[in-house]
Design a protein around this ligand. Structure first.
Ligand code: NAD
Ligand code: ZN
Length: 386
């Protein structure tokens, strides 16, 4: 099958780039860089981690060398806890030691952790180097690789320090998903369902159809099948198109905007999602899994407020159930989750905003002052304590 190309252009025309999606693409990454970069880069710094580089690094590196690039490789430690200032500093020192120049380029090879760190380092070194990315997790393919947000975590919060730095290009080889751990696949699908909930029936139905035709239990076994790879390419393409349609119209997530197409709608399911991660000390859930529950709670609140009908709520529940079992939540204290919102309220000053739904594809940003606490409590109980 031909690869698909999603063309991304910011509303003000200041930046445009292509996301190329397909399979057997890693072997062509050298050619891809030549056709993507306007400048003639001499050295490419691949930023990855040991696990991902061990799986896919040689294919990419060999292709880059064949295309005439000098290649240097920086491997960070694997894990969210290493998306920190220390790793950032090490990457900058690595650029310095290798006498990296403005005309050189940074290539992230890995999931969202690698992408966020590499993008951040690229955005500040010499006031901004060309950044390219090859995302290798479902979440990074459909979410973090598009939109230009870069970040590191600090002792005072996650993703607190970062920049907006759009990539020059993104290359997605869906075959890399074959080696992804089951829970990472499931977590990625939660974000895909989130895009469906805010994007509309066509996006949500396409996720549902994919899951019905290719149940996740046998996900890794399907990669020999060309038809499956084609379906996966289509799914990722639809997802990126949806994310791009939102972020290109509100690149920097304007604080003032509360309309139904503000970039904030991408946080559907994240109010409760973040709270669940926090109250379980980031140990029990993958981020996407927590968002899975978060979406259901937000939809439940919407139904109890009478702005969403039961059919839509049930559709969302059905699609979430198709991905399989989410971690158990019966032991989670609803009051702890509420307290965690109270903290968020303070952080926001003017109150916490919820992304609710009026329909599939019709998100609504609502201030928490407009939602009776009893409805939030009942909704949390309904979804978490079944
Ligand atoms: N910039 C944004 O807009 C944005 C959006 C959403 C999330 N994020 C960030 O993304 C990060 C989460 O990203 P993630 O879910 O990709 O996690 P991750 O990068 O930690 O990857 C998950 C795990 O999968 C491994 N892995 C990656 N690709 C693999 C492959 N093909 N085969 C086998 N193993 C593989 C990784 O080494 C890691 O152990 C968070 O830090 C989050 O803040 C950023
Ligand atoms: Zn998320």
């Amino acid at each position: 099958m031909e690869k698909k190309v999603c063309k991304i252009e910011l509303k003000d025309g200041s930046h445009r780039y292509d996301v190329e999606i397909g399979h057997n693409l890693l072997e062509k990454s050298g050619q891809w860089i030549i056709s993507t970069l306007a400048i003639e880069a001499k050295t490419i710094a691949i930023i990855s981690n040991g696990k991902v580089f061990g799986l896919y690094g040689e294919a990419v590196k060999t292709s880059l060398l064949k295309s005439g690039f000098k290649v240097i490789v920086f491997l960070m430690d694997d894990g969210e806890e290493f998306k920190n200032f220390e790793s950032f500093k090490r990457v900058l020192e690595f650029f310095g030691k290798n006498k990296f120049k403005r005309t050189d380029a940074v290539l992230a090879l890995g999931g969202g952790v690698v992408g966020d760190l590499a993008g951040f380092a690229a955005s500040v070194y010499l006031r901004g180097l060309a950044f390219l990315s090859i995302p290798t997790t479902l979440l990074s393919m459909i979410d973090s690789s598009v939109g230009g947000k870069t970040a590191i975590n600090t002792s005072f919060g996650k993703n607190i320090v970062g920049t907006f730095h759009q990539p020059k290009g993104v290359l997605i080889d869906v075959e890399t998903l074959k080696t992804l751990e089951e829970r990472e696949v499931l977590a990625g699908f939660c974000e895909a369902i989130k895009h469906g909930a805010i994007g509309g029936y066509h996006v949500l139905n396409s996720v549902e159809k994919f899951l019905l035709e290719s149940p996740l239990e046998s996900f890794a076994e399907n990669f020999e099948d060309e038809t499956f790879l084609g379906k996966l390419t289509d799914l990722v393409f639809d997802q990126i198109s949806l994310k791009a349609s939102v972020v290109t119209k509100d690149e920097k997530e304007s604080a003032k905007r509360t309309d139904s197409r503000s970039r904030k709608i991408l946080n559907f399911g994240h109010t409760v999602g973040h709270a669940l991660e926090k109250v379980t000390q980031y140990k029990q859930f993958k981020h996407g899994e927590a968002v899975g529950y978060g979406m259901l709670v937000a939809a439940e609140i919407s139904t109890r407020l009478d702005i969403l009908d039961n059919n839509s709520l049930n559709l969302l529940k059905r699609v979430v159930s198709l991905i399989g079992e989410l971690p158990e939540t019966n032991a989670i204290d609803v009051q702890d989750v509420l307290n965690s919102f109270a903290y968020d309220k303070k952080a926001l000053g003017d109150g916490l905003h919820w992304i609710l739904l009026e329909d599939i594809g019709k998100p609504k940003i609502v201030s928490s002052f407009e939602i009776p606490e009893s409805i939030i409590i009942e909704s949390l109980q309904e979804i978490l304590h079944k």
